[in-house]
Design a protein around this ligand. Structure first.
Ligand code: GDP
Length: 365
């Protein structure tokens, strides 16, 4: 059976895939002889809301086709979760395009952050990517304060084709940024050969059309292990509070209940490593002695998320990874934040879900 809105095959097994409709709704529609439309088309039609979609599945081909209609792409990423949102599978698709990289949510960085140092850090970080983004196309932004809106408009005013596509994974602030940038008057549009519909908005003073795409789902960020209500609690709402810890051999540093760092050796001259943690207020950190690991994992009260006792840890496959992190580097955890090594090296064994992505990078300034 096909969706009467977009023509995609209807299915009730995977809510993250195209064509999804809950089984009971499907039954009811058929019984009542009503039009069957997928959940995405339903929400788009009634709420002007684009449902997120998985990039590795059905969306990938659709995105490729849509991209052939655009030269200019506004790619929104989250500065707090740069490694989880500046994704190589998206970068790969944007090769050859004129990409404006909007690094959003900088209002959440500590007060001491220098934006010029951040820009320098971003320029260096982008050198590791296969995508070539000119440094002038990096916009330090906050959809909360409006920072970066002027610069984005200035960059867009130079484009000749008068239209741009906006992209980003879920929760980076794509909708909030778009709201600040454009008029709220939206229409739904499709492109030849695509079933996926986009929201068309306009920047009135520039006469430029901006097309919004569905947010892209990921499966390797910390937030991806939790339900949507927990995810909301994990989104930072105020400036990141940094915490500095000395973690000696035999200490374990927990970041939520899914990621912990067991220090196996002290650093130079036998001195224990010092780390500074940058995390949203809804993600706990806890330093403990190694002997307490099982007790803490069993009685998770101080470790959150999860925020409730019903969370099923049994469904998660964990792994241990040995790391050595020198002073001046960070461990960034996708979907969470990062901690930087101030005195090192940090020689440790990390325990985490296999699927959860982390990386060691030069410290974010
Ligand atoms: P989308 O899924 O990418 O469209 O993201 P939304 O625009 O829905 O934003 C996700 C969450 O991040 C919401 O709670 C927003 O209030 C918040 N948010 C978005 N942009 C910013 C920002 O620049 N600063 C802060 N502090 N929060 C933001």
């Amino acid at each position: 059976m096909k969706c009467e809105g977009c023509g995609i095959e209807i299915q009730s097994s995977d809510p993250k895939m195209a064509g999804y409709i809950p089984e009971e709704v499907l039954k009811e529609r058929i019984e009542n002889n009503e039009k069957v439309v997928c959940q995405r088309c339903f929400k788009l039609k009634h709420y002007n809301y684009l449902m997120p979609i998985k990039i590795e599945s059905d969306f990938s081909g659709e995105l490729d086709r849509i991209l052939t209609n655009f030269n200019t792409i506004l790619w929104i990423v989250d500065v707090i979760d740069f490694e989880g949102t500046f994704r190589s599978e998206i970068a790969e698709k944007l090769k050859g395009k004129d990409v404006i990289l909007v690094v959003n949510k900088v209002d959440l960085l500590p007060r001491s952050t220098s934006y010029s140092q951040l820009k320098e850090w971003l320029i260096n970080r982008l050198k590791l990517s296969s995508l070539n983004i000119p440094s002038d196309n990096i916009v330090i932004a906050s959809s909360k304060t409006g920072l970066g809106i002027g610069k984005t408009k200035q960059l867009l005013s130079r484009i000749s084709e008068k239209k741009a596509l906006i992209l980003g994974v879920t929760n980076v602030g794509k909708s909030s940024f778009l709201n600040k940038l454009t008029s709220k008057d939206v229409t739904v549009s499709a492109f030849v050969g695509t079933t996926l519909e986009l929201l068309k908005t306009e920047i009135p003073d520039l006469g430029i059309e901006v097309y919004d795409t569905p947010g892209i789902f990921t499966n390797d960020r910390l937030c991806d292990f939790f339900d949507i209500f927990s995810q909301v609690k994990m989104v930072p709402s105020k400036k990141i509070n940094t915490k500095t810890h000395t973690i000696a051999k035999g200490n374990v540093l927990f970041i939520s209940s899914l990621f912990w760092v067991d220090v196996v050796e002290n650093g130079v001259r036998g001195l224990p490593p010092i780390t500074t943690i940058f995390l949203p207020e809804g993600i706990s950190t806890h330093r403990a002695k190694r002997e307490r690991v099982s007790e803490l994992l069993y009685n998770r009260k101080v470790l959150y998320p999860p925020y409730d006792d019903k969370f099923d840890f049994g469904k998660i496959e964990f792994e241990k990874v040995k790391v050595r992190v020198d002073k001046g580097n960070d461990i960034a955890i996708a979907g969470a934040g990062w901690f930087s090594v101030k005195r090192g090296p940090l020689i440790a064994e990390i325990s985490k879900p296999k699927q959860l992505k982390f990386c060691i990078r030069q410290s974010m300034k």
